[in-house]
Design a protein around this ligand. Structure first.
Ligand code: ADP
Ligand code: MN
Ligand code: MN
Ligand code: MN
Ligand code: MN
Length: 406
C-alpha cells in the first residue's frame, strides 16, 4: 500500500481524532462572523490576549481579558493566572499558575488598540515553571549586555491537512522527489503560499521582527526568519510568530507542525519501494527521503560584527566544539531525542554525534556564511537546533558557551 509511515504513534491517534471532524471551526460561516466583528468596540475597552508556553515546552495557549486602558508596557498589564492542571503544568489540587506579561504586540486579527501579550509562567511558589526557560535566558542575557549579542532564527515548519497528511500532497501517494520545491513558484511546486503571505503580513503588523520567508526543500514545508534581535528579543518574536502562524493556519483549516521530521524517510526502506507502482500511487517518488525541519540560529556579538571579527567567530566555534552534547540537549524539547530523527548526516544536516564547522557547508553543525568569510566579520549559523526547539534555551546556551564559558 502507499500509506505513509507516521513519525510516531501520537500522530496515528491524532489522525483518528481529526478524521472525526477537526475542521469544525473552519466550516463556520465567515460572513456571519464578519457581521459581529464589525460591531464597534467601546472606546474605553481594549482586548488583550495573553499567550504562554504550556507544559510540553512546544505548544502555546491563550486566553482573553478586557482592560480599560491602552497598555504601552507589559508592566502596566495585570499578572493573571490559569489552570495549570490543564496544560501539563500543575496538579489539580494546586493548579493556579501565574502569567507574567513580558512583551506586547499589536493584535493583527482584531486591529485597533487591541493587543496580544507574550507571558512567561510561574508556579504557586513564584518559581518559574519547568517550561519557563525565558527567566533563566533573560538573566544570562543581562550578564552579557555589554557584548551586544544578536540572534536571528530561521523557523522551518510543515503544513498539514486536517487529516495530518502534508498539505497539498496527493492523498493516495507522494509528490515527485525533492528538487523543484525550494524557493519554488507554481501550483505544482509550492503548497500553501496564502498562509505564508498572510502570516508575514500579520507578523509585520504585530511588531514581530520577521525578516523573510521562503518555500523549503520538502513540498508543504516553509521557513520564516526573525531577527537579528538583541538579547531576548528574537526569541520572544519567534514565539509570537509561532502563535500567529497557528492562528492564521486555523483560519484556513490547515495544521502547522514544528515536528523536526514530519515525514520519516525510511518508509521505502528495505526495498519496499519496489512494490510501489504508478498504478497504485499515482505519483512515484524516485527516493522516499524528505528533509526535516530545523531552527538554524544565527549568532553574533559586537566584536564578531566589527572589522576582523572572524577571529572572534573562530574562537566561538572552538568553544562550541567542546560542548557539543550540552548544546544538543538544549536544542529540542526532549534533550536531543527529537533531533535524533533529524540530524542524520543526510538532508543538509550533520550527524547528531559529531561536531563540525565549515564555510558555506550545509552538512556541518556550524556554518560560516560565504559572505561572512569574505568580509571577515559578521555572524555564525548554528544549524543544529530543531524546528520545535525553545529559542530561549538555544540562545542562552550559545551565550553561556561562547561568552561566559560556563
Ligand atoms: P540561510 O538560509 O542562508 O541560512 P537566512 O537568510 O534564512 O539564511 O537567515 C539568515 C538569518 O541570519 C536571519 O534570521 C537574520 O536575521 C540573521 N542574521 C543576519 N545578520 C546577523 C547577525 N549579525 N547576527 C545574528 N543574526 C544575523
Ligand atoms: Mn473557570
Ligand atoms: Mn534560511
Ligand atoms: Mn531552511
Ligand atoms: Mn540557514
Amino acid at each position: 500500500s502507499c500509506l505513509l509511515k507516521p513519525a510516531n504513534k501520537s500522530v496515528i491517534i491524532q489522525f483518528k481524532m481529526m478524521s472525526l471532524g477537526g475542521s469544525a471551526s473552519t466550516s463556520l460561516n465567515k460572513t456571519v462572523t464578519a457581521k459581529y466583528m464589525s460591531i464597534p468596540q467601546p472606546k474605553d475597552k481594549v482586548r488583550v490576549l495573553y499567550v504562554w508556553i504550556d507544559g510540553t515546552g512546544e505548544n502555546v495557549r491563550c486566553k482573553n481579558r478586557t482592560v480599560d486602558f491602552i497598555p504601552k508596557d507589559p508592566s502596566q498589564l495585570p499578572t493573571w493566572n490559569y489552570d495549570g492542571s490543564s496544560t501539563y503544568q500543575a496538579e489539580g489540587s494546586n493548579s493556579d499558575v501565574y502569567l507574567h506579561p513580558v512583551r506586547i504586540y499589536k493584535d493583527p486579527f482584531l486591529l485597533g488598540d487591541n493587543k496580544i501579550v507574550l507571558c512567561d509562567t510561574y508556579k504557586y511558589n513564584k518559581k518559574p515553571t519547568e517550561s519557563n526557560n525565558r527567566a533563566a535566558c533573560l538573566e544570562t542575557m543581562n550578564k552579557v549586555k555589554q557584548l551586544e549579542p544578536w540572534f536571528g532564527i530561521e523557523q522551518e515548519y510543515t503544513l498539514l491537512d486536517i487529516d495530518r497528511h502534508p498539505f497539498g500532497w496527493p492523498k493516495n501517494g507522494f509528490p515527485g522527489p525533492q528538487g523543484p520545491y525550494y524557493c519554488g513558484v507554481g501550483v505544482d511546486k509550492v503548497y500553501g503560499r496564502d498562509i505564508v503571505e498572510s502570516h508575514y503580513t500579520a507578523c509585520l503588523y504585530a511588531g514581530v521582527q520577521i525578516c523573510g520567508t521562503n518555500a523549503e526543500v520538502m513540498p508543504a514545508q516553509w521557513e520564516f526568519q526573525v531577527g537579528p534581535g538583541a538579547g531576548i528579543k528574537a526569541a520572544d518574536d519567534l514565539w509570537m510568530a509561532r502563535y500567529l502562524l497557528h492562528r492564521v493556519a486555523e483560519d484556513y483549516g490547515v495544521i502547522v507542525t514544528f515536528d523536526p521530521k514530519p515525514m520519516e524517510g525510511d518508509w521505502n526502506g528495505a526495498g519496499a519501494h519496489t512494490n510501489f507502482s504508478t498504478k497504485t500511487c499515482g505519483w512515484l517518488p524516485m527516493e522516499g527521503d524528505w528533509n526535516g525541519a530545523g531552527a538554524h540560529t544565527n549568532f553574533s556579538t559586537k566584536a564578531m560584527r566589527e572589522d576582523g571579527g572572524i577571529t572572534e567567530i573562530e574562537k566561538a566555534i572552538d568553544k562550541l566544539s567542546r560542548h557539543h552534547v550540552r548544546h544538543i540537549k538544549a536544542y529540542d524539547p526532549k534533550q536531543g531525542k527529537d533531533n535524533e530523527r533529524r540530524l542524520t548526516g543526510r538532508h543538509e544536516t550533520s550527524s547528531i554525534h559529531d561536531f563540525s564547522a565549515g564555510v558555506a557547508n550545509r552538512g556541518t553543525s556550524i556554518r560560516i556564511p560565504r559572505g561572512v568569510a569574505e568580509e571577515k566579520k559578521g555572524y555564525l549559523e548554528d544549524r543544529r537546533p530543531s524546528s520545535n526547539c525553545d529559542p530561549y534555551s538555544v540562545c542562552e546556551v550559545l551565550v553561556r558557551t561562547c561568552c561566559l564559558e560556563n
